[in-house]
Design a protein around this ligand. Structure first.
Ligand code: ADP
Ligand code: MG
Length: 341
């Protein structure tokens, strides 16, 4: 390596995040010494991004740095926790200093935005792989789980899921579909509108490249949401996980799903709906709310009520037909003609 491992860590990662008083000892020793506040539950999450699997080969370095941290912060948000410390395991095919500078810029900007200290990690040579661990805290006993939902709880989602998969489809279409990693995005490419404006496509690309971890929302939902999960594998799939953990069935109101103006302008209705239901990479929060807390959650900005939990198992898609009647279709195995309606 042109630059030694120690110089590399020193130059790009020693001061990458936020300095914090609860870091007794950070980068440079065999381990970090961290001082959690007394009485807090420690929340630990870990997520890895592999080039060509979780992002297209040759993606912008700043986006890869941002996403490597964002996917972990999203897990912290889904637990209702506050992030404090991060570890970064970096596997690099070569020392490419401009790439490292871009990566550290993307990672560091998001870390500083959320007050996260980078306290250690590992640096090795190999196919480009970013392993990140984040530690956070939550007041004892208040961490949000997937399993607390009950029949009758309302379902809410943050933001406008589907934009990231659509953005990935835009990126793949521009690259001639090289290294296509996502099924929903793959399908969505066929629904890309020829008349979509450059601004529309760029807005969607940005949602894939720089997703927003919903940390403020997650903290605000402590004590209000009965169950919470972040959407990393698609709304329907992750709703299935929340419902199963809560031993409930879930009903999703297709007519209530939030959708961004960019998604509607950039893609056909069928492709847009598919992105919203099946697209990964949004990192929005999906949550259940008991009736006692409904008014408070409904008043929060950026959340949309999209369905409910009920007794049973599985996910059902509900939509109102032109004549006003409600139709229900099981999501498992439902062809997309059902969704196109
Ligand atoms: P060791 O030989 O004990 O495994 P290393 O030489 O791998 O230690 O790392 C030296 C220090 O640099 C440690 O504090 C480690 O946590 C930190 N470190 C290594 N790689 C990174 C990285 N990519 N980002 C942040 N800190 C790192
Ligand atoms: Mg050591």
């Amino acid at each position: 390596m042109a630059l030694g491992e120690f110089e590399l860590i020193d130059r790009f990662f020693r001061d990458c995040g936020t300095p914090r008083a609860d870091v007794v000892l950070g980068v440079g020793d065999d381990g970090a010494l961290l001082r959690p506040p007394p009485g807090a539950d420690l929340v630990a999450v870990s997520d890895t991004l592999v080039e060509g699997v979780h992002f297209p080969v040759g993606g912008p370095a700043a986006s890869i740095g941002h996403r490597a941290l964002a996917v972990n912060l999203s897990d912290i948000a889904a637990m209702g926790a506050t992030p404090r410390w991060a570890l970064l395991s970096l596997t690099l095919p070569r020392v490419d200093e401009p790439w490292l500078a871009g990566f550290a810029r993307g990672f560091g900007a998001l870390a500083r935005e959320h007050g996260v200290a980078l306290v250690g990690g590992d640096t090795t040579r190999g196919p480009l792989t970013l392993g990140v661990q984040v530690l956070g805290t939550v007041p004892a006993g208040e961490g949000l789980r997937r399993s607390g939902g009950r029949p009758g709880d309302a379902l809410f989602v943050t933001g406008t899921p589907g934009d990231a998969a659509a953005g990935l489809a835009v990126i793949m279409a521009a690259a001639g579909a090289a290294g296509a990693p996502g099924a929903a995005a793959d399908h969505a490419m066929a629904g890309l509108r020829a008349d979509a404006s450059a601004d529309t496509l760029e807005a969607l690309r940005q949602r894939f490249l720089f997703p927003t971890p919903r940390l403020g929302e997650g903290e605000a939902l402590r004590g209000l949401a009965s169950a919470c999960i972040d959407i990393s594998d698609g709304l329907v799939g992750d709703l299935g996980k929340l419902a199963a953990a809560s031993r409930c069935a879930a009903v999703l109101d297709l007519d209530a799903l939030p959708s961004s103006a960019s998604l509607a302008a950039g893609f056909t209705p069928e492709a847009a709906l598919r992105c919203t239901l099946e697209g990964g990479d949004d990192y929005e929060l999906l949550l259940a709310v008991p009736s006692a807390h409904l008014a408070r959650v409904a008043a929060m900005p950026g959340l949309t009520r999209i369905g409910e939990l009920r007794a049973g198992t599985g996910v059902t898609l509900r939509r109102r037909a032109a004549d006003g009647t409600l139709t229900e279709t099981p999501a498992a195995g439902a062809g997309f003609d059902h969704f196109a309606g």
